[in-house]
Design a protein around this ligand. Structure first.
Ligand code: BMA
Length: 826
């Protein structure tokens, strides 16, 4: 195979109506090219979004010249290979049309030999306006819109959140968004290998290789070589590889992630090599285990025979413009996911099938991937052309990703069933149901079954395996999205009302830090109801919802920075309530993926990592509540407000639970201290326990009715902790009333800063009183801290490691450190 890269040619771009040519980047897109050429202001800044909507009304043209030598032309076939064209493209070589495309997610390949000539050639790709395509195609498809403010984005196979989402801007872009090249070959072409694994009782593994050739050759054979990099490689001939002593791949927290490099060469019946294929694979089995049990039907991922409680979050595209995102862009957030003790990421269906870098990282880090097909929320058309295009897309993506160690599930779509359930079961709307079923119950599962190796398929998220879309259905089977808290504005306690089998979405918004807001608007323009901030709050009424939940729990903030801080504390409170509940439910519930891990621009959103990479309070908390060994409290009852604001509390008992998901048992100590805000210990206790793998145990129940009555629920708190080998691995603070009713003493903090080598510092904090959700910052500096947003207990010193980018000195750090806790917010 002879390859001529085209992405590195010098590309130019112009508006097809004949504007001047601008330099272009491939892979890239129109918006980022225009920005680079200073032809538009920064799309992520201020209110620029509204003024840049003209871009998608135009047609755009990319052009480049390249040289071809005679050797390439001596090949029998020369394919033009485009891994991604976004989206309505006409491809021309030397002025002749090669093809037209209308699906961003298909990798295309056309034999263009007859159009090429030795020496200079020209390639031109014209992108027609996708919004015009939408206006002129499938006019009869007019579904109820869920996210697209203009409408009908589901008629085109293009990244759906480009059309606007409740956390992202509307930038309908165009461009060559993945690699493009020429591939010359003769005789035959080796198109890929499907590798399936059989894990035997004796521990050995057999890999079965099924090679795919463009021209059938029944006598073609595989020559293979497999190595881990550490041990001597093994090689052989044939379609089966037996590995006697396999090093198994595990999700993070369950074991190591050894990856084997598998090289396969296919030798044709003429004895000539047809081509080579090389990928990294992991030896593991992954099953979605759905078996009848006492609650209904299980929904759990089983890896190498071991049920895994899925801990993680939902992934959206890592940028507003996805072309050209690099490994380091993905590494930042995926490494942060693992640092927060996650083991699963759900690639949500309104974005893109991610790049190889993304899945490389998931394989290396041990992040299981729940992979949606890219269909989300709104109903899709079902005409033959649409289905054929979706089939080709699925075929391309399944074959591209099937060897991935991390790939745990293919899921048909995001929420189309649950959101449109009423229409889909409506007997008067049979065609819609038919279209839905064809795509998600026939076309996609068929491809996964035939081409996807061992990866399971699940038609939608959420889905129950039948028509039931109720919460109680999710208590028996399938996966659930729970949005009664946030969208439904229900009390946060209602997370505990439902015993879901698998919680694949639930979320609470907060504001990005002011450091991240500075990316899009100056300090003087950050009033949350002003237009810059509202442009960066996409959920309709989102600000009101944040304020609503914040005001239920906290005092009126003294300034906007305090509001941002409180919005983040509230987000922690909500998601922690949910996750702790789902983990306590184990093994009935076997997964908890919150909405959402990351952002695609600086915005108020449900994410735990801001667009700049800064961790919101939630991400620090996630590291704690997803830890392998945790202690958590279940406090039944609630504080309720009756007529005329009369307040009553039914809180009395505290159940202290441990949840543990490491593979080996551990001896531990559960401790509790009932504290008065003035520092007195009112009652305490400890209990030695043995934590069994995959266990959730109620270890202790305290009846605090007497002490609550005696000291007042506003003045006491319970501190719970879990120790293993003398080290506190998990701790938490339980409050018995809303924090706004508590008189947290005004704190003073002693800070000691010691710098170490290479921009590292250790910072220790001591306070004489409880400081709830203590946060520190070094404004203007970039740093990563081993912890933040924690409770600082009276008389104790908390030491935190901080890694700065750049040199630091103790006086410099002392001069810039800021800190606060809840008592400073009002
Ligand atoms: C879920 C997702 C997204 C959405 C999020 C927040 O339902 O699937 O479509 O962005 O909620 O509303």
């Amino acid at each position: 195979m002879r390859v001529l890269p085209l992405a590195s040619s010098s590309w130019r771009l112009r508006d097809s109506s004949g504007s001047a040519w601008l330099p272009a980047t491939v892979p890239g897109c129109v918006h980022t090219d225009l920005l680079r050429a200073k032809a538009i202001p920064d799309p992520l800044r201020g209110t620029n979004e509204a003024g840049l909507q003209w871009i998608d009304e135009r047609d755009w043209e990319y052009s480049a010249e390249f040289k071809i030598d005679s050797e390439m032309l001596e090949e029998e076939v020369v394919d033009l290979v485009a891994d991604g064209l976004d989206t309505v493209a006409t491809v021309l070589l030397n002025g002749k049309e090669v093809a037209r495309t209308e699906n961003m997610f298909i990798g295309y390949r056309w034999n263009v030999k007859r159009l090429l000539r030795r020496g200079r050639n020209t390639i031109r790709i014209r992108f027609d306006s996708a919004t015009r395509y939408i206006r002129t195609h499938r006019k009869s498809h007019t579904p109820r819109e869920i996210n697209d403010p203009v409408g009908r984005c589901t008629v085109i196979r293009k990244e759906q959140c480009q059309f606007g989402w409740d956390w992202g801007p509307r930038y309908v872009t165009a461009g060559i968004w993945r690699d493009i090249r020429l591939e010359g070959w003769s005789g035959n072409r080796f198109a890929g290998v499907s590798v399936t694994q059989a894990h035997h009782r004796d521990g050995s593994v057999t890999l079965s290789l099924k090679h795919e050739l463009v021209r059938p050759d029944r006598r073609a054979r595989c020559r293979w070589r497999i190595s881990t990099g550490k041990e001597a490689a093994c090689s052989g001939f044939g379609s089966a590889i037996v590995i006697i002593d396999p090093k198994l791949w595990w999700p993070s927290g369950q074991g190591a992630q050894p990856l084997y490099t598998l090289e396969v060469e296919v030798v044709g019946s003429d004895g000539e090599s047809i081509g080579r294929w090389e990928r990294r694979i992991g030896l593991r089995t992954i099953a979605l285990d759905r078996r009848k049990d006492k609650w209904g039907e299980s929904f759990q991922f089983v890896v190498n025979g071991r049920p895994i409680f899925a801990k993680g979050a939902n992934w959206i595209p890592a940028g507003t413009f996805v072309a050209g995102l690099r490994r380091r862009d993905y590494a930042r957030d995926l490494e942060a996911a693992v640092a927060a003790n996650m083991n699963m990421i759900r690639v949500w269906g309104g974005g893109i099938y991610e790049s190889e870098d993304f899945y490389d990282l998931c394989d290396e880090l041990g992040l299981l991937v729940w992979q949606d097909f890219m269909f989300a929320c709104t109903l899709y058309p079902g005409d033959a052309a649409f289905l054929a295009s979706s089939r080709a897309e699925a075929d391309h993506q399944v074959r591209r990703l099937r060897h991935r160690a991390s790939l745990a599930l293919w899921c048909g779509n995001n929420e189309i069933w649950s959101i449109n359930h009423h229409e889909l079961v409506d007997p008067r709307k049979k065609a819609q149901r038919r279209h839905y079923e064809r795509l998600f119950h026939r076309v996609l599962p068929d491809i996964v079954e035939r081409k996807g190796g061992d990866t399971p398929y699940w038609p939608s998220s959420p889905w129950r395996g039948d028509e039931d879309a109720t919460h109680s259905g999710g208590e028996a089977r399938g996966d659930s999205h729970y949005w009664d808290v946030w969208h439904g504005r229900n009390p946060v306690k209602e997370y505990e009302k439902w015993n879901f089998r698998f919680a694949s979405e639930f979320g609470m918004q907060s504001y990005s830090s002011s450091a991240t807001q500075a990316m899009f608007t100056p300090a003087g323009d950050r009033n949350i109801f002003g237009s810059a901030m509202e442009t960066h709050q996409k959920n309709k009424g989102g600000n009101q919802v944040i304020l609503d939940y914040v005001s239920r729990r906290y005092r009126f903030p003294r300034d906007q920075d305090s509001l941002i801080y409180l919005s983040q504390l509230n987000q922690v409170f909500c998601i922690q309530t949910g996750v702790a509940h789902y983990r306590r439910l184990m093994p009935r519930c076997m997964g908890s993926l919150y909405w959402q891990l990351n952002d695609c621009w600086p915005v108020a959103s449900w994410s735990s990592i801001e667009f700049t990479g800064r961790w919101r309070a939630l991400h620090h908390a996630a590291r704690r509540f997803f830890a392998p060994a945790v202690v958590s409290a279940h406090v039944p009852g609630d504080e309720v407000f009756g007529l005329n604001n009369y307040r009553k509390s039914t809180v009395r008992l505290v159940h202290i639970h441990t949840c543990y998901d490491r593979p080996a048992p551990a001896k531990a100590v559960v401790r509790w201290d009932l504290m008065h805000l003035d520092g007195r210990v009112l009652q305490n206790g400890r209990r030695s326990v043995v934590l069994q793998p995959m266990s959730s145990v109620r270890q202790q129940t305290l009846d605090l009715s007497g002490l609550l009555a005696k000291f007042g629920r506003e003045r006491i708190y319970l501190r719970i902790a879990l120790e293993i080998a003398g080290k506190t691995l998990s701790e938490d603070t339980v409050l018995f009333t809303l924090p706004r009713f508590m008189d947290f003493p005004k704190p003073r903090t002693k800070i000691v800063i010691r710098t170490k080598e290479m921009g590292r510092a250790s910072v220790s904090f001591t306070s004489q009183v409880l400081q709830h959700m203590f946060e520190f910052d070094f404004p203007g500096r970039r740093f990563a801290a081993s912890d933040n947003f924690f409770d600082l207990y009276p008389g104790e010193t908390r030491e935190v490691d901080v890694q700065f980018t750049g040199k630091v000195t103790p006086p410099g750090l002392r001069g810039s450190i800021t800190h606060r806790s809840l008592a400073d917010s009002y």
